[in-house]
Design a protein around this ligand. Structure first.
Ligand code: C5P
Length: 218
């Protein structure tokens, strides 16, 4: 039996750290769907396009994303930390409300998640990408805690940002992501909500592993 784990939540709720550790611990594949929105957001922005453009389909045909051994390639080129900046996060969030972008990426994500055990993280995994997931987790934390986490993470990567700028962007992205018409950030009815504000990473991981063991009979 394949075990599918969906981890959703807003920016900075701890999804990536937690999802990677769970995948590693359980020896499962891992998919960061936010990275795909970032890749496409940057790609379309560099073409001078806007989320307000009616049709983006024909441009998306020129974006070939490959996912191999946990790494993304765009048109044959390895994607790196250039997608991790706050600006690219905003392009991702802006273009993520476009139906063509969502159709294009959702199709690809469903294909990647098919017929395998996987931990996938994003905004609509439990609701759209893997509505049949065995375990659905929705992580939340206060905007201040999330901005501080992002700040530490980006400074560690040598990316120059201020806490205030990140807090502002987190609040704006939350608004964008939860109010868009298609696949908004929302908790699936059958998801378990965990507030990570006052928990450390290991405590969150342990809580989720407990549920996984039960549901996936590991
Ligand atoms: O998770 P991350 O912060 O890298 O995601 C960047 C943006 O991509 C989000 O703000 C959101 O707008 C979009 N996204 C999405 N659906 C997903 C994953 C990410 O709309 N499943």
């Amino acid at each position: 039996m394949h075990c599918k784990i969906a981890i959703d939540g807003p920016a900075g709720s701890g999804k990536t750290t937690v999802a990677k550790l769970i995948a590693q611990y359980l020896g499962m594949d891992y998919l960061d769907t936010g990275a795909m929105y970032r890749i496409i957001g940057l790609f379309l922005h560099q073409l001078g396009l806007s989320p307000k453009d009616n049709s983006l389909e024909k441009y998306l045909e020129d974006a070939k994303i490959d996912y191999k051994d946990g790494h993304f390639y765009l048109n044959g080129r390895l994607v790196g930390d250039e997608i991790r900046t706050p600006e690219v996060g905003m392009y991702a969030s802006d273009f993520a409300s476009h139906a063509d972008v969502r159709n294009f990426l959702t199709r690809m994500q469903k294909e990647i998640c098919k017929d395998r055990s996987i931990v996938a993280e994003g905004r609509d995994i439990g609701t759209v990408v893997m509505p049949d997931a065995n375990v659905k987790i929705f992580l939340v934390a206060s905007p201040e805690v999330r901005a501080k986490r992002r700040y530490d993470e980006l400074r560690d990567k040598g990316i120059d940002v201020t806490y205030e700028e990140l807090l502002e962007q987190i609040i704006e992205r939350d608004k964008n992501d939860s109010t868009r018409d298609i696949a908004p950030l929302s908790k699936a009815d059958d998801a378990i909500e965990i507030d990570t504000s006052k928990l450390n990473v290991q405590q969150v991981v342990d809580k989720i592993i407990e549920v996984v063991k039960e549901r996936c009979m590991l």
